[in-house]
Design a protein around this ligand. Structure first.
Ligand SMILES: COc1cc(O)cc(Nc2ccc(C(=O)Nc3ccc4c(c3)C[NH2+]CC4)cc2)c1
Length: 336
């Protein structure tokens, strides 16, 4: 079994729950709470020139804290490896959920799409673009809530979102026409296009633009023409049309999307993207449990937590806060 010494005494590492590219994700238990976490492990040697992506993601995750974004609890860096201790999302990928159901009914697709819109509007509001939105990067937690993951390709262009990005990235089938054409593009506009491809995948169970030949795929994307299966309602087609506009300037802005009639149907309230819990406010009950457990003054602990070092104290505090939000007992287990 794995013996990651950097995790010894803090986490009890169990089986691998995912692996791909230059990372492996393992299930683990946080020793002091007994709560499950996912640990993304990356070998620096294998990362090669992708190493900066890890720092990009870690910096982004320290800023992005919202109910539909997978939480980062702790970062451990050693000579050879990076460890990202992340929120446990046992529901697996939205991709597998769609495949298992063939396609989703409009009501269920709407429930997921409202959560995706909430997460995307939030990261754009914070000046970030994801740039790799696809069902594989949306996980389900134990309450079937969506959590956005993998910010390795996200961008926070200097000078906010209005500056154009040049690097081409992300998965071709979800990439915007201006991106595959190699033109300068706005991350926020490209993300909205990817949301259109995502919504089509949710409602149809297959992709709007697909081809084994990459050149043909790019032609289809740039044509903006896609099949409209007979089961799609007029309202769904209208929304897809608003999202899959080849001209990025004609594409619906994310803020208008939050109150689009299709997203309001059955909810009657616009999608909210504000974080449910303020990060700056340290919860008194969690502080009490930590202060008693570590036998330390509340004021000192509060100051240290507010440094957000993403060390074991950050992880323990955030996991206790998770428990409070889920109305579970706030308790730490002494390790004797
Ligand atoms: C910011 O969050 C991130 C960032 C990132 O770069 C990668 C991830 N990746 C994750 C991948 C998987 C899980 C996860 O919890 N998967 C999981 C856990 C339990 C089970 C499964 C998957 C599926 N079989 C049932 C049990 C969490 C984060 C996040």
């Amino acid at each position: 079994m794995s013996h990651y010494s950097a995790l010894k005494g803090y986490y009890h590492v169990r089986e691998t729950i995912g692996s791909g590219g230059f990372a492996k994700v393992k299930l683990a238990y946080h020793n002091l709470t007994g709560d499950k976490v996912a640990i993304k492990i990356m070998d620096k040697r294998q990362l090669g020139e992708d190493l900066p992506r890890v720092r990009t993601e870690i910096d982004a995750m320290k800023v992005l804290s919202q109910q539909h974004i997978c939480k980062l609890y702790q970062v451990i860096e050693t000579e050879e490896k990076f460890f990202m201790i992340l929120e446990y999302c046992p529901g697996g990928e939205l991709f597998d959920y769609i495949v298992a159901k063939d396609r989703l009914l409009e009501e269920e697709a709407r429930g997921f799409f409202r959560q995706i819109a909430s997460a995307v509007a939030y990261i754009h509001d914070k000046g970030y673009a994801h740039r790799d939105l696809k069902p594989e990067n949306l996980l389900l937690d134990e309450d079937q809530h969506l959590k956005m993951i993998d910010f390795g390709l996200c961008a926070k262009p200097q000078g906010g979102m209005q500056r154009h990005l040049a690097t081409c990235c992300g998965s071709p089938a979800y990439a915007a026409p201006e991106l595959v054409a190699g033109q300068e593009y706005l991350g926020s506009e490209a993300d909205v296009w990817s949301m259109g491809v995502l919504l089509y995948a949710l409602l149809c169970g297959f992709l709007p633009f697909d081809d084994d030949n990459i050149a043909n795929l790019y032609k289809k994307i740039q044509s903006g023409k896609y099949d409209v299966p007979k089961w799609l309602t007029r309202e769904s087609v209208k929304l897809l049309d608003d999202l899959l506009q080849v001209d990025p300037k004609k594409r619906i802005p994310i803020k208008h999307l939050l109150c689009h009639p299709w997203l309001l149907t059955g909810y009657d309230v616009p999608v909210s993207f504000k974080p449910k819990h303020k990060k700056r406010y340290i919860d008194e009950d969690c502080l009490t449990e930590l202060s008693v457990f570590y036998n330390r003054r509340r004021e000192d602990l509060k100051r240290e937590i507010n440094e957000w070092n993403y060390d074991y104290l950050t992880a323990t505090y955030l996991l206790l806060l998770n428990r409070k939000h889920k109305k579970r007992p706030i308790r730490l287990i002494s390790q004797h």
